[in-house]
Ligand binder design. Structure first.
Ligand code: GTP
Length: 356
């Protein structure tokens, strides 16, 4: 079985984080998210992976190379202009030789890929779509199906009180190769908006819905990216973390500074009078000064938080510096190498980036 992981999106909603780091390389507990996805594929027995990329592709190709370090064979296909979620598949058609998985590169889920393969084989459809139930489907693509799982309709982002179902497209598909025959070549095509609706309208072999109660989150927005870490710390999304404090640098940080749960990268320097946690992730080489507080936040590599600064429910990209006494809170996102001046107060989804 092969897999195509879609990694070509610009990740505009995660800016400024994605100005330097493509969304699939954004770390989850200090490991690029795409690496976690690729490891999951390997565990499910899938080792032939195609990555259609286009936005900052070198960050991906230089990290994974040919995939052999992960026991995979990875092929990259670079789009000069974005082809959309189905156009990207058509563009790799020559490398696909049978049924294949398609994964959105920004979905964190505990979905059992082998169970999905079994379901697909049993049903014998042209494709199987993973669905999950959400409380509010209005921000998602709703998928309507009959009692046998046969997909009948797609309803994109319906008003909340008009949603026909609470089951949404969770961004993992298992498709037969013939789906590629139905995608026009040479132009951008969206799989959700064009290809799947056309397959239903065509009335041929059905698409089936595989609805599960797995953990699922789309990491595409800062708030979701932060929440996902909370869910991992709380064990709602199982990633096998040690309880309390985990990470390669955990033992080297003064115990007086840690409020569990926390995850600490290697080479961090944390002052004994700092507070790290609860729900804090420090990347590698971070420096946390006296009386500084980092709670409910994600710091990437080589971030400096100076004396008395507070970082609370915020994301700080690599090499950024938070000046003494500054407050970075309420969903603020600080870009790579940005400096927040001493005493600055950032609230309500503030964004700070170095000018380019
Ligand atoms: P936003 O700009 O914030 O909407 O993010 P995005 O560009 O990543 O778009 P979206 O979240 O809708 O994309 C879903 C998945 O498809 C992500 O894994 C993207 O990397 C991927 N993707 C989106 N558009 C393209 C494309 O044109 N080509 C390829 N190869 N992948 C794409």
């Amino acid at each position: 079985m092969q897999a195509v992981v879609l990694v070509g999106g610009e990740g505009t909603r995660l800016r400024p984080l994605t100005l330097e780091t493509p969304k699939p390389m954004v770390p989850v507990m200090n490991m690029p998210f795409l690496e976690r996805t690729l490891r999951r594929l390997k565990e499910a027995g899938i080792d032939d992976v195609i990555l259609p990329a286009g936005y900052l592709p070198e960050a991906i190709t230089s990290y994974f190379g040919d995939g052999s370090a992960l026991g995979l064979h990875i092929r990259y296909v670079i789009e000069s202009t974005p082809l959309g979620t189905a156009g990207a598949l058509k563009n790799v058609e020559q490398y696909i030789d049978g049924p294949f998985f398609v994964l959105n590169g920004d979905v964190l889920t505990s979905l059992d890929l082998r169970a999905m393969m079994d379901f697909h084989r049993r049903k014998g459809g042209i494709g199987t779509l993973h669905l999950i139930r959400v409380a509010d489907p209005s921000a998602f693509g709703c998928v309507v199906h009959d009692a046998n799982g046969r997909v009948e309709a797609f309803v994109e982002k319906p008003p909340r009180d008009e949603a026909p179902t609470d089951e949404i497209n969770a961004g993992t598909y298992l498709l037969e190769r013939e789906v590629l025959d139905r995608i026009p070549a040479g132009r951008p095509v969206s799989i959700e908006r064009e290809t799947f609706p056309a397959l239903i309208a065509g009335g041929g072999r059905p698409l089936y819905a595989f609805t599960t109660a797995d953990y699922w989150i789309d990491l595409g927005k800062p708030e979701a990216y932060l929440s996902a870490h909370r869910h991992v710390f709380d064990g709602v999304m199982p990633l096998g973390l040690a309880p309390q404090v985990d990470g390669p640098g955990a033992a080297a940080v003064p115990a007086s500074a840690i409020r569990p749960p926390a995850f600490i990268g290697h080479g961090c320097r944390v002052h004994p009078d700092a507070v790290v946690g609860p729900y804090a992730v420090l990347g590698n080489g971070c420096e946390i000064g006296p009386d500084a507080v980092v709670a409910d936040s994600l710091l990437w590599d080589d971030v400096v938080v100076e004396t008395g600064a507070q970082v609370d429910w915020a994301i700080v990209a690599s090499r950024a510096r938070i000046g003494a006494g500054a407050r970075v809170t309420q969903g603020a996102v600080i870009g790579h190498g940005a400096h927040v001046a001493a005493g600055t107060v950032l609230v309500e989804n503030a964004r700070v980036a170095v000018e380019r």
